[in-house]
Design a binder for this molecule. Sequence first.
Ligand code: HEM
Length: 404
Amino acid sequence: MNDTLAPGLERYDLTDPRTFIDNDVQAMWARFRAERPVYLHPATRGAPPFWVVSRHADVHAVYRDNKRFTSERGNVLATLLQGEDSASRKMLAVTDGPRHRAIRNLMLKSFSPRVLAPVVEGVHRRTRELIAQQVGSGAFDFVADLADHIPIHTIGDLMGVPDGDREKLVHWNTMTLSRTSAEHGEEEEWLARNEILLYFSGLVEERRRSPGEDVISALATGTVDGEPLTEEEIVFNCYSLILGGDESSRMSSIGAVIALAEHSDQWQALKDGSACLEPAVEEVLRWTTPAMHFGRRALADVRIGDTTVRAGDVVTLWNSSANFDEAVFTDPCRFDLTRHPNKHVAFGYGPHFCLGAFLGRTHVEAVLAALREKVGHIELLGRPKRLYSNFVKGYSGLPVRLEA
Ligand code: HEM
């Protein structure tokens, strides 16, 4: 590895969730982009050094290049630093090559516009109803009373998860991806992950016996080159759908409410129609960037910008920096619902581009449309409670009041 430590930047420990809570993160990323866009993060607490890529162009280039960068040894910092991901070659996001393409194609059938049309309708209806119930009813928690009840039902419908099981899945999802505080330990994360896997292995068995129209049935009965998927492939992909489908969408909706409450000019623009929904959704996704980073392992020596990373190195791609890169976004720290173009990487890019991007966009659009239709004024009643994570940017509590 090249020696590309930069004086001053080493005070930012990107393995520590506190770094993202205690610092002015925008100022931090502006420094990385300007001073050391491909930065060698020093080893910490037994974890090896890793590369930090912060410019939009470089993040894009690595996402696109699945020949020289692999996801199969992890795609987030935690697993990359361990050196492996136990779901490797079983779960789409950590599988590469022809197997990735074949399983992605199989899953894509469940995400076609025809299959999704009733799901989209359901997202809009549910969101409108939940927001209407809260308007004028005083203080409530936007996370627990509202956001927690939307995406889980969308992905739950798509997967055919029984209604009564959905609440516990939201709880396990939060414990797995992003602890609500420093007190929740790694053991709880591990237990939650196992609960989800065990839960789906029961459901898969059921769907094999009597398949329906849902995505679990598609995985349980689908074939690649005439062969059924393995039990582990099916269960790990269910796990990835419930996690991907719920957490990031929830976080972008919560972030949307905070951003609108804090930017009254943009709230007015949304209300009076000078900001249309389509660009507004993209700006909310850029602004909130729920998946702060993803990562890869280099398979060869590769030049990124002015720096050479070596075969075997861990390379992390910071969406939360790329989406505020002044080289791509004019006035990036301005929340502008009419921003166009808006080439954000909130959903990644290239072969692993988010499978659920359409659904993610639908969730944000439903929240914006319902707020515009039903709400006159959004009032934040306290500080939003941040999740404790260096992967998911989001909130576990948001006290608000919505007035008609
Ligand atoms: C992949 C973000 C919603 C399922 C990804 C990736 C990102 C992302 C950045 C790329 C990972 C990588 O390159 O390693 C988001 C955000 C969402 C969202 C910000 C909401 C706002 C969803 C939903 C679903 C989903 C609703 C499922 C219903 C997936 C899957 C992959 C993925 C299965 C792996 C795709 C592959 O490897 O080919 N997501 N996601 N996501 N996402 Fe999402």
